[in-house]
Design a protein around this ligand. Structure first.
Ligand code: NAD
Ligand code: MN
Length: 368
């Protein structure tokens, strides 16, 4: 079979620590499946600022475009906090999304049985939870024009951002959500603020129309974003797929993440539109950041990145079996009581990043 090109961008903070473990898993996959990989590593975020003066170089953008998939760690940290807004490490990831046209951010919020107790929410509310948040990620208020900070003639300062969505952008993200719902035999809840925002009103209209035309077999509901935040805490299992904009998706998915009790457990995929050569640009990353508070201490949880790798096997390489093996290995390790500090509870085995990675590998070996 054809060699798949993977670009790994470990980034800052705990990024390189968890990436090391993910690369071991990638090796295992290469040795135990029909896939073979060509893995290239490069710098992004603060690490790229230190080396090249900017968070995302043209070379890295070109490599990402040429790759079949990008595996991303995390960027940012206090070292670069003073830097101008136009050069921050976070532009590493935002820029990649824009350059690769990665408009669909898929964030899964899964509660693993053995981690039910890690949540601050009652077990009976979240047991078995499995939500996918489909967040539009190249439009909306994070990119809309006009934007900026200006000083008015009387000295008052004004900060401006603009929420903008076109029917084209809404329709293509809605399609991703509906297609996923078909795969999962699930249902879609579309979330906006059509009561106070025109862009939300258009969102609701376009989603409704597309549903009527092409996806009437899929149950669809609509919800206002503030109510959705409330419902996510009150009764999260009412949701299957949540379809929403960039800003609301950012907030709701962090909320969703905390239902599960650990940021260090949750993977994500960001996908673009199919290219002429058949490749769908894709970037896989944990939803957490660079965790500067624990960086360099060898205690970061590598499972979110390893589960992101599992998503890569599923969505970019069509390797469902191997993907499932990786997910099951993570579950098994949790069932055996292995815990990094972020998910530690009484009576469990406290381990570091490397031990956690090794435990997953050992589990994978057993599956051969
Ligand atoms: P964070 O996700 O980095 O950390 C939040 C908390 O969760 C911290 O206490 C951290 O120790 C813990 N945590 C996160 N991931 C963990 C893991 N794998 N294992 C164990 N504990 C984990 O969010 P933050 O503190 O708000 O941001 C830190 C930096 O990361 C900032 O510079 C921010 O801009 C950046 N950031 C980057 C991304 C990204 O690269 N996509 C996403 C979010 C934040
Ligand atoms: Mn965020």
């Amino acid at each position: 079979t054809k060699e798949k090109k993977i670009l790994t961008l470990a980034g800052d903070g705990i990024g390189p620590e968890i990436m090391e473990q993910a690369l071991h898993i990638l090796d295992w996959v290469q040795n135990n499946s029909a896939l073979s990989f060509h893995v290239e590593k490069d710098l992004v975020g603060g690490a790229s600022i230190d080396q090249n003066g900017i968070p995302l170089t043209k070379e890295v953008i070109a490599k990402a475009k040429a790759a079949d998939a990008v595996l991303f760690g995390a960027v940012g940290g206090p070292k670069w906090d003073g830097i101008g807004f136009d050069k921050r490490p976070e532009l590493g990831i935002i820029g990649l999304r824009k350059e690769l046209g990665l408009f669909a951010n898929l964030r899964s919020t899964i509660v693993f049985d053995s981690l039910v107790e890690a949540s601050t929410i009652k077990p009976e509310v979240i047991k078995g939870l499995d939500i996918m948040i489909v967040r539009e990620s190249t439009g909306g208020v994070y990119f809309g024009e006009p934007r900026g900070i200006e000083t008015l003639s009387d000295g008052t300062r004004k900060g401006v951002n603009t929420e903008v969505y076109t029917s084209f952008e809404i329709e293509r993200i809605a399609r991703v959500a509906f297609d996923l719902a078909r795969q999962r035999q699930g249902h879609v809840c579309s979330v906006e603020k059509s009561n106070v925002m025109e862009s939300g009103l258009l969102w609701r209209e376009v989603v409704t129309e597309l549903h009527k035309k092409e996806y009437f077999d899929i149950p669809l509901s609509h919800m206002l974003a503030d109510n959705c935040a409330m419902q996510l805490v009150k009764n999260p299992r009412q949701f299957d797929i949540i379809l929403t904009s960039n800003l609301f998706g950012d907030i709701l998915s962090d909320l969703g993440a905390m239902l599960t009790g650990s940021l260090g457990m949750l993977p994500s995929a960001t996908l673009g539109a199919r290219q002429q050569n058949g490749v769908i640009p894709a970037l896989y990353e944990p939803i957490h950041g660079s965790a500067p508070d624990i960086a360099g201490q060898g205690k970061a949880n590598p499972l979110a990145l390893i589960l992101s790798l599992a998503m890569m096997l599923r969505y970019s390489f069509d390797e469902q079996d191997t993907s499932e093996k990786v997910v099951n290995a993570c579950k098994a390790v949790l069932d055996q009581g292995f815990r990094t500090p972020d998910i530690m509870s009484a009576g469990m085995k406290l381990v570091g990043t490397e031990e956690m990675g090794k435990a997953v590998l050992a589990e994978l070996q057993k599956s051969v």
